[in-house]
Design a protein. Structure first.
Length: 387
């Protein structure tokens, strides 16, 4: 186990009927808030009214900023930044899934500087004093409610990039699993896959080869994510299933899984970002195509860790190390298919002729994330496995 520093400043309020506490929690950070939301679902579910009533009760005035896309775009971030500067916003409240929270973080960072917010994503500026952020989570997926990461698509350049800073960790995040009862089956599945991808990225790219505690922790998260997803798809209002799914997704990317692993990478996310940037596919859907392909490519280089994954997650104990490794990947891909998530590029309506463009796009993120082993030929080789 490598040396590590684990610091997570986010306060979590988890459970039924916790959303009405957003006003009392947020008032510690200001009295004028930008309320960042998606398109329609928050109003339809009634959660929007609960949030507004709670904020009003705590004497917090609201400037609305609705319309965040499932792949949030820079032009909409800039509008949010302009609202903050025009109205003297003191805090950001994000109500939605990871896309809404990511945009809220970008607005929080961009509202206190004189330069364009995109400089943060290009690595040309540092995040120092962002506005405080509070969140109400409505989708179990990204873990953005308890970390400092954010991903935005520059809609002028069709370039999707991710960056982060611990100062962007939300001050308070409210997680009420019943808020996810109305999430449709496809996005329930995509959310679980996103959380699984976060876990697998750490599991397979860890610098330290001897991390039994973290391995068991991550294997357990994946098993629970799959089981909870299956239950939630069969019974959308199954509270224990939704609760397990939500908390597992949060833990997958809040720093706990990565502790002691040494350097890690996000090659699967790096490749998927090109798909959702160029073709606007749902992030989890793109990941379910990339994950099996990347795993098959990587399993040829370190089959023993993939065999361990197959044995502990899918109870595969027969065959050679290489055979067990491939069998585990097949089991995971078949699970993606059972929950009706795509596993081939064509299922995303992306032609195989797009591989060169996807590769070129991926290289920009690889450079920023210092994924030095991922050159053009390597990324193309992985993408060929998605056909």
């Amino acid at each position: 186990m490598r040396n590590f520093v684990l610091e997570n400043p986010t306060k979590i309020l988890f459970g039924r009927d916790t959303i009405k506490q957003i006003g009392a929690e947020a008032q510690a950070f200001g009295t004028t808030a930008l309320l960042v939301t998606g398109c329609h679902s928050l109003q339809a579910s009634g959660i929007h009214n609960i949030i507004c009533a709670s904020l009003k009760e705590s004497d917090i005035s609201i400037i609305p900023h609705p319309g965040v896309k499932s792949n949030p775009i820079l032009s909409h971030v800039r509008k949010g930044v302009a609202l903050c500067k025009a109205h003297g916003i003191e805090l950001i409240i994000a109500a939605g899934g990871g896309s809404v929270i990511d945009e809220a973080k970008a607005i929080a960072a961009g509202s206190v500087v004189n330069h364009d917010v995109w400089k943060f994503f290009k690595g040309k500026a540092s995040i120092t004093t962002p506005l405080p952020i509070c969140t109400v989570l409505t989708l179990a997926a990204s873990g953005s409610e308890m970390n400092g990461g954010m991903v935005i698509t520059n809609d002028e350049l069709n370039l999707k990039l991710g960056t982060g800073n611990k100062k962007l960790c939300p001050k308070v995040s409210i997680l009420d699993p019943s808020a996810t009862f109305s999430v449709p089956p496809n996005y329930t599945a995509y959310g679980a896959i996103d959380a699984i991808a976060h876990t697998l990225e750490f599991y397979f790219t860890a610098q330290d080869p001897n991390t039994p505690v973290q391995d068991r922790f991550m294997e357990g998260l994946i098993i629970n994510l799959m089981e909870a997803c299956n239950q939630a798809l069969n019974e959308p209002t199954n509270y224990p299933a939704r609760a397990n799914l939500m908390w597992c997704a949060t833990m997958a990317l809040n720093g706990w899984t990565a502790a002691g692993l040494g350097l890690v990478g996000f090659p699967m996310h790096m490749i998927e970002h090109s798909m959702s940037a160029l073709y606007d596919v749902p992030h989890g859907a793109g990941l379910s195509v990339v994950i099996p392909a990347w795993m098959r490519w990587a399993a040829t280089k370190q089959p023993r860790k993939f065999a361990q994954f197959a044995e502990r997650v899918f109870m595969i104990r027969k065959g050679s190390v290489a055979e067990r490794a491939l069998a585990g990947i097949e089991h995971l891909q078949r699970w993606f298919e059972r929950i009706k998530s795509p596993t081939k590029l064509a299922a995303l309506d992306i032609p195989s002729t797009a591989i060169h463009a996807l590769t070129t796009h991926s290289l920009a993120q690889a450079k920023l994330w210092r994924l030095d082993g991922y050159h053009q030929a390597t990324i193309e080789e992985i993408l060929q496995l998605t056909i």
